[in-house]
Structure formats: C-alpha cells, structure tokens
Ligand binder design. Structure first.
Ligand SMILES: Nc1ncnc2c1ncn2[C@@H]1O[C@H](COP(=O)(O)OP(=O)(O)OP(=O)(O)O)[C@@H](O)[C@H]1O
Length: 343
C-alpha cells in the first residue's frame, strides 16, 4: 500500500525538552495507524506537527510527495486537507447537529451541502438527531458528530487525539466499533493517538509505539504484541511479568517452565511473560513447573492468579475460570512460547 504521509526525522523541542526527537513514520493509504505511548511522550505534539498547528524544527512532513512542513516550508492547517477529532470533540454548542457537520461546507451550493450532510448523518446513524443541539446528546453521539464533521470535506487524512477518553467504559467499545466501521467503509486514512493498549491493538491496522519523543517500534498489532522490540515496547502493549531465564541446551528454563530457545544464547536472560501465557496442566511434563497459588481473584471470563515458583519468582497469570482454584494449592504450569519474549 502506498504511503500517504511520510514523516522523516521530525524534531520539536519546548524550552530544551525534546518533545518529538527525530521521528520517522509512514502512514499508509486507507489504514488506521494508532500512535501508542505513555503520558508526556510526545504523541499530541506529533499530531499537532502533522496538522500544522505546530511548526517543526527539523525534518520533513510530506503528503503524497508534497512537502507540508520542511526547511522554510509551513503549509497552514486549513490548507493541509486534514480533519480533526479532539478529545473534547470541540463541537459548536450554539449550532445544531446538522450545522456542526456542515460548518466546513460553506463553499458548496445549498443543495450539495444538504446532500453531503444527509449522507454523513446516515453514515454516523444520527439522521433523527439532525435538529438537536450537542448538549442534548450523549457522549457517544457527540463523538460521532465530531467524526462526521471531520469527514465532511473528504480529507485525505483524519487526525484523532484520544477520541474516546471522555466516554464511559461501557459506551467506549460500542463507539470504537462504530468509528472503526465508519473509517473503514469510507476508506479513510487516519492516525489516532491513544495511551490505551487494548484500544490501539483492536483499532489499528498499524501501530507506532512512542516513548520519550521517539518511535520505538512500528508494525501490525500482532507483530508488535508477539514480538515487542524491547521491554519498554512490551510493557506499553499490556501487562507483563519479568522473570529471569537461563539457556539450557535448546531450551530456556524459568521458574514457570521451559520454552524452546529464542535468539542467541546468553548468560542472563529476562523473560517477558504475558499473563495469558500460563497454561495449567493436569500433570507434570518436561515443560512444566509446580508452582504455588498465593492469591486468587475470579473475573468471570478468567481467573487472576498470583503464582510463586520454587525459586521464589512471582508472576500474575490469567487462566480459564472453568477450573476451581484455592490459595495454597500447587498447580503444574507451562508457558505458551508465543506469549513469551526474551530479552
Ligand atoms: N506548547 C508547549 N509548551 C511547552 N511544553 C510543551 C508544549 N506542548 C507539549 N509540551 C511538552 O512536551 C512533552 C510532550 O507533550 P505531549 O502533549 O505531546 O505528550 P502526550 O504523549 O500527548 O501526553 P498525554 O498522553 O498526556 O496527552 C510534555 O513534556 C509536554 O509538557
């Protein structure tokens, strides 16, 4: 897929603090790229640099081969052909849903404008709310208006900055799904900032992991989750247990069982084990370890166990809730190699 936006070695500092420190990233046409990183790592700044709301101090940003930000070049935001969805939606409270969506369409004839608004209202399933004002709508509905407004001018790129952070947990997954649907059916290219790993993994066609102003890994969600490039990347993508491991022939052993060796032999290894990597077996095998259950919490879909290995190492495990567990019992566990990274 061709790159729509090419970011090359982009830099931006504030008072000596390198907020964006030499970032290179390609956004592919028709894809949603999720930019995931901890608070303060520079995600919003990068988005603002792409939008043109902020100026770069080094590098280039080009769309379809045309430089938008570069040495002596700064195309203003309104000429970049991009749509924005902000954290707080930034809707106009004094305008109806219809007028919010049509705000950027004043260059069209009345008939063309009406047709475009009607089509967008249908896309975001708000046709029956067209005459209402934002204050009388739910958070999820307001988010869909913001999305429709951002899509109104058929922008080449949509920038979303934490678009679901204002929504209740139960509404979040529904609105995420609806947004994904709209972006995919309209074939829109988008970059979405989030610090929620689950959101990034479930919504992104591509992921860009960011830390301390730098992109530390890019790839599909599966590539990043199963093969994190570093401990920092692994931790960004979800809960992990860090446990020492040892090379023993063609295996790596740990207090929680053995996995086939990965990578070159090394004296000191750290295993990064996802909680769902633990498999409880009925009996001991070459790959299992007998561990003690020191804490147990039922979560419905799974059980959260704290396990203590014979060597004293501890780990959190998410295992099937079909089997009963009690604190103080011992179980035979092995590790699912795909969910273990070795550093
Ligand atoms: N206009 C500004 N003036 C001074 N410092 C700024 C400015 N904008 C951002 N920063 C600083 O740059 C760093 C990156 O900020 P940014 O908002 O891009 O992070 P973020 O990853 O989006 O964080 P969050 O997830 O908390 O929104 C922070 O240390 C922030 O304080």
């Amino acid at each position: 897929m061709p790159a729509l936006l090419e970011i090359t070695d982009v830099k931006r500092a504030f008072g000596g603090h390198k907020a964006v420190d030499g970032v290179s990233l390609s956004l592919n046409e028709g894809e949603i790229t999720c930019l995931l990183g901890p608070s303060g790592c520079g995600k919003s700044t990068l988005l603002r640099l792409i939008s043109g709301l902020e100026t770069i101090e080094g590098g280039t940003i080009a769309a379809n081969g045309v430089v938008l930000s570069g040495k002596g070049i700064h195309v203003p935001p309104e000429k970049r052909d991009m749509g924005f969805v902000f954290q707080d939606y930034a809707l106009f409270p004094h305008l109806s849903v219809r007028d919010n969506i049509g705000f950027g369409l004043k260059h069209l004839s009345v008939a063309e404008r009406d047709e475009r608004i009607n089509s967008l209202l249908a896309t975001v399933r708000l046709s029956d709310k067209a005459k209402l004002y934002p204050s009388s709508l739910s958070g999820g509905e307001q988010q869909r208006i913001a999305l429709a407004r951002a899509l109104a001018r058929h922008p080449r790129l949509i920038l979303l900055d934490e678009p679901f952070s204002g929504l209740d947990a139960h509404l979040k997954s529904e609105v995420r799904e609806a947004t994904l649907n709209i972006l995919e059916t309209t074939g829109t290219t988008a970059i979405m900032v989030t610090h929620d790993a689950e959101e990034a993994l479930s919504m992104g066609h591509a992921l860009a992991l960011m830390n301390e102003g730098k992109i530390i890994q890019t790839g599909t969600p599966e590539e990043c989750y199963f093969n994190p490039a570093s401990l920092v990347a692994a931790r960004l993508l979800g809960e992990t247990n860090l446990v020492p491991g040892k090379h023993m022939g063609d295996h790596i052993t740990s207090g929680f069982g053995s996995i086939p060796a990965k990578g070159p032999a090394a004296i000191k290894l750290t295993l990064c084990i996802r909680p769902e990597a633990f498999v409880v077996e009925d009996a001991a095998t070459d790959l299992t370890s007998e561990v003690l259950v020191t804490a147990y919490r039922y979560h419905g879909a799974y059980c959260d166990l704290v396990l203590k290995a014979p060597n004293g190492d501890e780990a959190h495990a998410h295992v099937s809730s079909l089997r009963p567990y009690t604190v103080g019992q011992t179980v035979h566990v092995r590790l699912e190699p795909k969910l273990v990274s070795v550093f």
